[in-house]
Design a protein around this ligand. Structure first.
Ligand SMILES: NC(=O)c1ccc[n+]([C@@H]2O[C@H](COP(=O)([O-])OP(=O)(O)OC[C@H]3O[C@@H](n4cnc5c(N)ncnc54)[C@H](O)[C@@H]3O)[C@@H](O)[C@H]2O)c1
Ligand SMILES: [Zn+2]
Length: 372
């Protein structure tokens, strides 16, 4: 890897917003805007020879050429038509667009992208750069894991959820009709770039989806993240996720704490079309998990109140849609893919957030009162 170029000396003219902008809030299509704001934080995900830097900050995408592994001849930029940000990898590149939405995480799309790489003659001397949210980085990362049995890739995360969660940690994959993320690989990127400037064009609902995951990090050691500026908050979340991943690269155990709030969230998402985004469902799940932990005597009322404070500070929902019955959600807990020994929950407690197995069904049923 080359030394990072300084932010100010990056080749600015070559970075621009794409003219295919659908949702850019600003009318100036060719300028990056002020380049002096803030600095770029670098967090290292230390996994030995699979380790990599995560660059966080306003305009961080300008560092792409500097973080590309040495010797890369060409780059395939995988992105979506609606993402109004482009990058300059500093080497020859082709652009591959994938469709929008969860449906794009399919083996059909993976095949299509791999075939475009093959037609273009891509080899292991080339790399993939995924520019987008979790859908793009999951697909791009998986293609990188399997094309020619693995080529290098860099994620440029452009959603808040992607920056604080999906792009970090090396989990890549796509869905099957039978379920989400059923085909995938652990494949670590060579670098991740979290350019907070790209969040300026993110629709509020998508932004809030990432905020739901940020709320989770408050209880994974983040503390009062809501008091930080956005760049610092993203960097703090990346650091927490990096720490967890470094302890458990392949999800043998500790990494499960990243699923804080997710058991109820998955049940809500599985139960139906309730117009809740993942991060919003996670927020409700966090409030519910606090209640379960309180009823089990693991946390006191003040800690429950801290959960409520965080959710309300972020204007996140904390109640389950009326149409969803407790019984239906309880039944879904048992089928959660993380359930191994009866109902397993990730709960806060004296030793912090941890996995708790075999939770009493009455406690789970009674705890719904807090999210109604
Ligand atoms: N691999 C992991 O560890 C991991 C972790 C969490 C989530 N995920 C996956 O991430 C996916 C969700 O990711 P997401 O929430 O980022 O959704 P997404 O990738 O679908 O992006 C949401 C929407 O925002 C658009 N968009 C992206 N960046 C934009 C920008 N800067 N300006 C305007 N529009 C922009 C996208 O085109 C899309 O329409 C899910 O498939 C989930 O399974 C993966
Ligand atoms: Zn999540």
């Amino acid at each position: 890897m080359k030394a990072f170029s300084s932010f100010a000396t990056a080749s600015l003219a070559s970075f621009r917003r794409s003219s295919s902008s659908r949702s850019s809030p600003s009318a100036e299509p060719t300028s990056l805007g002020p380049m002096t704001s803030g600095s770029i934080a670098t967090i290292t995900v230390d996994l030995g020879d699979r380790g990599y830097p995560v660059l966080v900050g306003h305009g961080a995408r300008c560092e792409l050429a500097a973080v590309l592994p040495d010797g890369i001849k060409r780059v395939a930029v995988i992105t979506q038509a609606g993402i109004p940000w482009s990058v300059d990898p500093g080497v020859d590149s082709i652009r591959i667009e994938i469709p929008d939405g969860e449906a794009a995480k399919s083996l059909t799309v993976v095949e299509d992208v791999c075939r475009q790489l093959a037609v273009a003659g891509f080899t292991r001397a080339d790399a993939i750069v995924a520019v987008g949210g979790g859908v793009v980085t999951d697909v791009g990362g998986f293609v990188a894991a399997v094309y020619h049995r693995g080529i290098r890739f860099v994620s440029v995360a452009t959603t808040l959820l992607g920056q604080v969660d999906a792009a970090i940690g090396g989990k890549t994959g796509v869905n099957l009709p039978e379920g989400k993320n059923l085909v995938g690989a652990f494949w670590q990127p060579s670098a991740v770039i979290c350019d907070t400037e790209t969040l300026e064009s993110l629709p509020r609902r998508e932004f809030q989806c990432g905020v739901g995951e940020i709320a989770k990090y408050h209880f994974l050691g983040g503390g009062r993240l809501d008091e930080l500026a956005l760049d610092e908050r993203v960097a703090a979340c990346v650091q927490i996720k990096a720490d967890v991943v470094m302890n458990d690269e392949r999800e043998g155990g500790k990494r499960a704490i990243l699923n804080y709030g997710h058991t109820l969230a998955h049940a809500i998402e599985t139960a139906g079309q309730y117009d809740l985004r993942h991060g919003e469902a996670v927020a409700i799940g966090i409030r519910y998990a606090a209640e379960v932990a309180h009823r089990l005597g693991r946390i006191d009322a003040a800690r429950v109140a801290e959960h409520e404070r965080v959710l309300s500070a972020y204007e996140l929902p904390s109640t389950v849609p009326d149409a969803l019955a407790d019984d239906a959600l309880l039944a879904l807990f048992a089928s959660d893919k993380k359930a191994i020994d009866g109902v397993t929950f990730v709960l806060d407690g004296p030793a912090g957030v941890e996995v708790v197995v075999g939770i009493d069904a009455t406690v789970l049923a009674d705890s719904f009162a807090a999210v109604r």
